[in-house]
Design a binder for this molecule. Sequence first.
Ligand code: FAD
Length: 763
Amino acid sequence: MASAQTMVTSHQHGADHDHSAKETVLLVGAGIVNLITAEYLATRGFHVRLVDQAPDPRYCKDWTRMGITNGGGNARMFTNTEADNYNEKGSKIYQDMQSIFRKTTRQGGWSVKQPADFTAAELAWVKEFEEVPPSLAQTVREDIHAINQEAGKLWAELMYNTPQLFEGVEYRKDIVRMYVEQVALNAAVQLHRRLNALVQSPPTENFLETHPSFRAAAESDHLAGGLTVEGFTVNIHPFAANLMKRITNLGGELVWGCRVTTIQRTSDGQVTSLQSDEGELHADHYVISPGVNGNALLKGTESENMMQGVLGVWLQIPNLHPRTQLSIKIHRRGHLVEDINITVAKDVDTGEDILMFGGGYGYIGLDRPAPDSPELAALFDELEEVARIYFPKAHTVAKERGTLWPGGQRKYCIRPFTPTGLGLFEKIPAASGGQLIITGGNNTGGFAQAPAIARAVHRALIGEHDPMHDLFHPARGKIATTSETGTSQRADPLSVTRADPQQPLRLLLLCSDGPQHSYLRYRLDKIFPGYHCIQETHEGQVRQLIQKRRMVDAYYMKYHTLRRQVTGHNKQRRAYFDRLTPKDHEFTEPDLVVDTLNCRKVWDAVEKWQPELTIVSGTKYIGKKLTERAGLMINLHIGHLPEYKGNHCIFFALYDGAVDKVAATLHQLTLTLDGGNMLDTVSPTILPSDNEESLYARCVHMAMDRVVEHAESFAEGKPLKFVKQENIGTVYRHRDRTPGKELYLWWKMRVGGTLTRAKQLQG
Ligand SMILES: Cc1cc2nc3c(=O)[nH]c(=O)nc-3n(C[C@H](O)[C@H](O)[C@H](O)COP(=O)(O)OP(=O)(O)OC[C@H]3O[C@@H](n4cnc5c(N)ncnc54)[C@H](O)[C@@H]3O)c2cc1C
């Protein structure tokens, strides 16, 4: 086993700012959140060391000494609504939650601790939960879903890139969700449809035909119906063990039985080291994700007292014939065990096929529960009742064999909860130039959100922004409510500011080689000397399509070049932009000229430059390897978002007669085509003499001028403010603009007078 103290910083290697010496990251806590984070960082070139106060869970069988990941039941679930919060007191589903933590489980509430025994810090937590206004709760809920959705994409990438992590873990895809009440079932169908996560929502009778074993539950009013949603489950213990193995294979280290006691800081708050039972620990960066046991360690940080314990309980039954294939989630509003996850699993000791039940809520604040607590017993009784109602046969077998609680042990584990339902993400500068990051507090969804947390940590370490940095900022949990209005203030989640405006902005332009792109380069040459530029040529784009055998797309790109030549639009565009660029301007040569931006040469160059802001104009789809390296990316989309996505959006807006949608949108470039948050929209005044090309050129011109303005104010340290883009609209491809549609628009504009009418409307 490695010792805790031997880790050195990259500076001690004598390699200040030299990325060839790996930057070191010390992670405190080896639960699922930090295991996923460590894997993410190690894959991206950091040297990681995890230290945990618990013994190595692969060898120690005493669950009471572990954190929640290894000490809890051997099952976890990902769904897009995991970590749902219970603050939505205005909603039909959670309307009775106001004083839920002030009643014990035996009184029908969610507290295992007697409210009379709450400490000041616990009372403050409960009060904060109660004071979350419904309007904020709704926003928080949407933010949680957005984080989950991001996490879902990252889980998919992890499965694709690292399938060995999912070997031997009983991976099950898709989740059956069951509801006791019709109102909750209807709300769930709507929600999952909105989240694009609905796989099936059959009428109840059809649902029962597919799942006949639940008919008795339906007949006794315990089931209104069910649906299938996207998601998956794993057996978390072998999954965590696979992660440990991979981290070690990547050169990372795991140190068990080492308790970290304090964060050492200078008088101005910078972190110098961590103090542990084994002495001082140093690294370039620190990531603390201690679950619910780490409050003492977080003393003096903004996260102190925010993660408090809400425990849940576990039981298991055999998965009898006909075996349940999909894992299940049951929602029973108003019950002690409100949401129950039932995971298809294997008993680690016997290898038997089992169903693992996990659920229930018991607030314990910053304490531990007494093992003989009758409040805790009430939760176990109720979970057993769920097993009896929905799986009567298997429940009887387990009861008779005495295996409901394996080894006779009633296992519980304690979730790190926050009052708002949001997780935590706190950044504290380290004296070494690195950072200390605190994560966690992900309530019921620490497993589900782990990859999104990992990415946010990585982005923080490389100086990039991630929405989680704002969304999970601990100050956001400390809601300032004004009693007169009942309104609340919170950090703007979609506002991005540079870390150090004193330094020149590291700017990158990714563009094509049309006359409009020369205009943009001219503007940037003047304002941001020394910026980097990579050009993806038009001809290169066509060559790439041919190389990838996308012949129809290549043909349509060629066709549109020819069309623009024949109609004179090429000439018109060149004339428009040439007149904006002084003839004697000496262009800075692009750093690279390529056929495609998605290539090693580009990734390496961008990795080296570490841009803070990347402006994108006229390129083909940009893949993950580049988006990961290019900082904040703003795309100039010539079309009105969210309705018109892809290519030829001005053409299609005119074709639809939607003249108010003749516009260009600046938006954050993400992996979803034209789907990122929006920064600005520009739209030209329409003149009767306009044609599609003149409108296109003016949209491009306005968008380029506007993006330069935004880059200037960003460089000065002013925030860029984005708004979320609705998930609607149509993506248009080159092939959608056919000669027939061309003719129709020509007729509409010449004969139908589309633009004359638009002018009248504008007038
Ligand atoms: C019944 C139940 C069911 C659940 N089901 C799901 C689910 O299906 N999906 C889902 O997403 N989430 C689920 N959760 C929640 C999820 O399990 C947790 O959010 C997640 O495991 C938390 O992981 P973590 O890494 O933050 O904490 P932990 O796993 O507790 O890890 C923290 C580690 O830090 C160590 N540590 C603490 N303090 C120190 C210190 N000072 N020095 C050194 N080491 C320290 C601890 O020993 C521990 O190993 C469930 C929770 C419960 C109770």
